[in-house]
Design a protein around this ligand. Structure first.
Ligand code: NAD
Length: 470
């Protein structure tokens, strides 16, 4: 589909018209759209694997686990709950609204734009799109230009399922997004970096379009002196190096209690070996994917060089090959606080390890930075866990594991301030794409007794009512 401004504008107008029709859509009609997608998606597995392999060497098992499973479980959850979510929610009257009845209706927002990043293109395009369809909206979808094969696969699947006035995919670079976000949309659901999130929110402000911003940031992992170190090392290495560290909720940096550091570091090394084999063979291991492109390779490699220049030492890894956008799983020690790696989201296979002796230092460090998307703590000491949970803020938090919060269908997913605005998944996702319309019906309310003229009797009644009700 060519993305000329004229084409985009025509599809937008067609979607605006269709969105009015969709306001009347029933549960069965929405379910039929979801099932149509399900059939084509399930038939497209080979295409999905091939595109992921071509874009950044992502292996089939990881596509299954982090993309296909996520889309299918989101769809399954929506199908099982949609009828309930769509039902208007009764609201009990209060004394001051005596004689009325009320409910909350979930009406579709209208034309919704979904902009997705390159790190999990299927999951982060189809997930919000399915929720938007379930909530009765039309969707304009803009996948990332960084994974062109996966974006084309997304477009082909959508073209097989839907007409452009229902769902349309627009491939292309940021100029396409710029035009899309200039339209008077009813909602924008953006997943990407905080920097671009600000551009999106600025564009949305022009039309007061509502936004959900699923952003990134530096998610800390804390390992205290009571933690099960084996489990902490195993989970952290999986969370960090899956998708080559290109995961918004990957552990970004690590704080380990000084008393257990040496043991923990040797467990980290042991687990890298378990996951990806001997150091000199990792590059040939098909389970270890690549940095998405040269621009991001240069960025991540730059973080590594800068850290080493400023005195960091390598605990593991460090090997790079620009010709393949390859960076080995790398763990760093003695990282200087002014290194770029400690001040920018890493989004690659580098893990700086810092030590602490007093948990207050860690909490102060986290609180001095923008609020992260996720926070992980490995501990068997409830006091420490509760202290971290109550004295810090993050989009989500996980105790004694990482990344699983994204997969729990009943947990709202999203950041806070710099790491995001609004939530996805579960009924929070449905609500993000719905307008919660309050509807009050008068039956026998007595409010007219308080209308002017304000005679002494009315004034007395007003005062008595305030006293009685408040
Ligand atoms: P990005 O912000 O560079 O790009 C995201 C999307 O925005 C792409 O489709 C891109 O074409 C578009 N875009 C880029 N510049 C734009 C502009 N000026 N105007 C309008 N649109 C523009 O992000 P990315 O590099 O694709 O992804 C990595 C970032 O996404 C990381 O910060 C990561 O933490 C975050 N992320 C967050 C989540 C989440 O669920 N919270 C999930 C995945 C990734």
């Amino acid at each position: 589909m060519p993305n000329s401004i004229e084409t985009i504008n025509n599809i937008f107008k067609a979607q605006q018209k269709h969105a009015l029709e969709l306001r009347k859509s029933t549960y069965k009609q929405r379910l039929a759209l979801l099932k149509r997608f399900e059939t084509v998606f399930n038939q497209s597995r080979e295409k999905l694997y091939a595109a992921a392999k071509a874009d950044y060497g992502k292996t089939e098992a990881e596509v299954d686990l982090t993309e296909i499973f996520a889309v299918r479980s989101e769809l399954h959850h929506i199908k099982s709950n949609l009828k309930r979510w769509m039902r208007p929610k009764k609201v009990l009257p209060t004394l001051s609204t005596f004689g009325t009845s009320s409910e909350i209706m979930f009406e579709p927002k209208g034309v919704c734009l979904v902009i997705s990043p390159w790190n999990y293109p299927y999951n982060l395009s189809f997930g919000p799109m399915l929720t938007a369809i379930a909530a009765g909206n039309t969707v304009m979808l803009k996948p990332s230009e960084m994974t062109p094969n996966m974006s084309t696969a997304i477009r082909e699947i959508i073209e097989e399922c839907f007409e452009p006035h229902q769902v349309a995919v627009f491939e292309g670079d940021y100029t396409v997004s710029e035009h899309l976000t200039s339209l008077p949309l009813d909602h924008i659901f953006f997943t990407g970096s905080p920097a671009v999130g600000k551009i999106i929110m600025t564009a949305a402000a022009k039309h007061l379009t509502s936004v959900t911003l699923e952003l990134g940031g530096k998610s800390p992992t804390i390992v205290d002196e009571t933690a099960n170190l084996k489990k902490a090392a195993r989970n952290t290495m999986w969370g960090k190096f899956t998708n080559n560290g290109q995961t918004c909720i990957a552990p970004d940096y690590l704080f380990v209690h000084e008393s257990v550091k040496d043991e923990f570091v040797s467990l980290l090394n042991e687990n890298i070996q378990k996951l990806y084999g001997d150091k000199d063979k990792i590059q040939a291991n098909p389970d270890y994917c690549r940095i998405v492109n040269q621009r991001h390779f240069d960025r991540v490699n730059g973080l590594l060089d800068n850290a080493v220049e400023k005195g960091a030492s390598l605990i593991n890894g460090g090997l790079t090959d620009a010709s393949q956008n390859f960076i080995a799983p790398t763990v760093l020690d003695n990282v200087s606080s002014d290194s770029k790696i400690l001040n920018e989201e890493i989004f690659g296979p580098l893990l700086p390890v810092m030590t602490y002796t007093n948990l207050d230092e860690v909490i102060a460090y986290i609180n001095a930075k923008p609020k992260p998307l996720a926070l992980y703590i490995y501990s068997n000491h409830n006091f420490n866990i509760n202290k971290v949970l109550t004295e810090t803020s993050s989009g989500d938090a996980v105790i004694n594991h990482n990344m699983l919060q994204f997969l729990h269908p009943n947990l709202p997913f999203g950041g806070v301030n710099n790491s995001g605005i609004g939530k996805a998944h579960a009924d929070s996702g449905f609500k993000a794409f719905s307008h919660e319309r309050s509807v009050l019906r008068d039956r026998f309310s007595t409010t007219h007794m308080f209308y002017p003229p304000y005679t002494p009797k009315v004034k007395k009644m007003i005062k008595q009512t305030i006293k009685l009700l408040t």
